[in-house]
Design a protein around this ligand. Structure first.
Ligand SMILES: Nc1ncnc2c1ncn2[C@@H]1O[C@H](COP(=O)(O)OP(=O)(O)OP(=O)(O)O)[C@@H](O)[C@H]1O
Ligand SMILES: [Mg+2]
Length: 248
């Protein structure tokens, strides 16, 4: 059993939006995810996937239960400490790409480091390495509007990885992509997993989920792990690809 990097016990989330009735978006979620695991979370629209992702990413706090992020109980942290933990531990790939349109790829990827002490020259050097690692070394000065959808998604992934966080959370990262580009992104996630990152991916698509080591299904705020026998053998291509060249 690997050491859990994400662990929740009885996690719950209730939204109270203005005058409307409360929404119980998550209830009693128990999950334990180890280092170097590639996990998919499936489930219909509105079932609570993004809510769970926001909690795991320390972007929101639970109404109930315990979340241990890399062994740290987040209830013991104030907002500033949570932000520090997030920066150190979590890379986030959002449902859209969330790139800044006025900046080129290099500056977008370097963004998370601007909150750190790292000098600018070093930030740009690391951003260059991260873009090379996702196969975009020749596009670093393109703005998002000058990149394809798959390339923008790879910029978003490079940005999520710039701090070398142990955990990568990705909300529908292949949803807006054509099949071939989606497969390239999945191959990238598998290489990250093989390099020891924990990857948690949200998807509507069963064909995407079969690539994961473990699959969870969310329904009405409840999370269940899929049966082991549903697993499909991993048939990753033998060529190592650019991510293995030690960019972290
Ligand atoms: N900030 C909020 N305030 C009130 N209710 C919310 C809020 N965010 C989400 N909800 C509600 O919580 C439930 C879960 O939403 P969530 O965004 O987690 O679903 P999802 O599984 O990610 O859906 P999708 O697949 O469409 O992205 C929904 O019923 C939604 O309307
Ligand atoms: Mg969502």
């Amino acid at each position: 059993m690997t050491e859990a990097v994400i662990e929740t016990r009885g996690l719950g989330k209730v939204y109270s939006a203005g005058t409307e009735a409360e929404v119980v978006a998550l209830r009693d979620v128990h999950m334990s995810i180890g280092r170097g695991e590639f996990v998919a979370i499936m489930g219909p629209s509105g079932s609570g996937k993004s809510t769970l992702m926001n909690l795991l990413g320390c972007l929101d706090t639970p109404s109930e239960g315990v979340y241990l992020c890399d062994g740290v109980d987040i209830a013991t942290l104030d907002a500033e400490q949570r932000a520090q933990l997030r920066l150190r531990t979590i890379g986030f790939v959002f449902q859209g790409f969330n790139l800044l349109t006025r900046m080129d790829a290099l500056e977008n990827v370097a963004m998370p480091l601007s909150y750190s002490e790292v000098p600018r020259a070093e930030r740009l050097r690391r951003a260059q390495a991260a873009l090379e690692a996702v196969g975009l070394g020749t596009r670093v000065h393109h703005r998002p509007s000058e990149l394809s959808g798959g390339q923008q998604q790879r910029v978003a992934i490079a940005r999520a990885l710039i701090n070398s966080p142990p955990v990568l959370l990705a909300d529908e990262p292949t949803g807006a992509l054509d099949t071939k580009t989606g497969e390239e992104i999945l191959a990238l996630f598998k290489r990250l997993r093989d390099d020891g990152h924990t990857v948690v991916l949200i998807t509507h698509d069963p064909e995407v989920a079969v690539h994961a080591d473990r699959v969870f299904v969310m329904r009405d705020g409840e999370l269940h792990e899929q049966n082991e026998s549903n697993r499909v053998p991993d048939i990753a291509p033998p060529d190592a690809g650019p991510w293995t060249e030690g960019a972290t």
